[in-house]
Ligand binder design. Sequence first.
Ligand code: CP
Ligand code: NVA
Length: 299
Amino acid sequence: MQPRHFISLLDITATEFRAIINRAIELKADRNPDYQPLKGRVMAMIFEKSSTRTRISFESGMAHFGGSALFLSPRDTQLGRGEPLEDSARVISSMVDCIMLRTYHHHTVTTFAEYSSVPVINALTDLLHPCQLLADMQTYFELRGDIQGRTVAWIGDGNNMCHSYINAARLLEFKLHIACPPGYQPDQDISAAAGDGIVFFDNASDAAQAADLIVTDVWASMGQEQEHKQREIAFKNYQVTPAIMANAKQDALFMHCLPAHRGEEVSAAVIDGPQSVVFAEAENRLHAQKALLEFLLCR
Ligand code: CP
Ligand code: NVA
């Protein structure tokens, strides 16, 4: 039987998405140390890019469930010396129960999934960051209930996080307002597939109008460090400020996947202010991914 992978949010149905969120909320409320559904099972975590939240949440989640996780950087494995992805996926999956990958090219994760005999989880590529959306949506559901019919404003780069918000909007049926500077729009195929749930704006203030949730991310993602100066200029009108938040609904939330740059994509007054839920959002990576591991590995 083909293993169930989690490469994109579109690998799960809306019903499964809601079930994972609800299970994450349950796991957060009641941590039973005797519940060890992954006892003796092992996850390989391949990181080609840095991470704080993703590494710690997956590693702790496996430990909570009685399993263990192996941290593998390309420096330490033959992947870094050019061993083919196909061979690596076959070999690694013959020894572990799950593989998590954080990498540059999306193609690396899809190739791994094709040749792996165990579930493969996308822990961020240049194209998508679906695990973060599990946590973001859990946070919204916890604080405000179901997001269906609500309005989310994405302000900033049309990047991996923006693409995953577009996919989440498709599945959970919320309206997504997008404001990105010219030249930094999201992938056209991804946004076209989402239909009229996605509306583009040419400035941040209009996109934020009457929104229930405002979300942003760094102006230069991992791997784009050398573009930082040029991006600072292109994105200067795309900072989430108190004035932008004032355009949203009064009880609107602010999210950011972190790490954040205060004074760039978000002002300190917003990220450290009362509408910001970034630390609950970060903590929920742990709970949401435990629910995901259960979903993929305990059936
Ligand atoms: N948000 C997120 O994925 O954080 P890390 O890069 O620290 O894993
Ligand atoms: N867009 C950011 C997200 C980091 C969690 C990046 O890819 O670096």
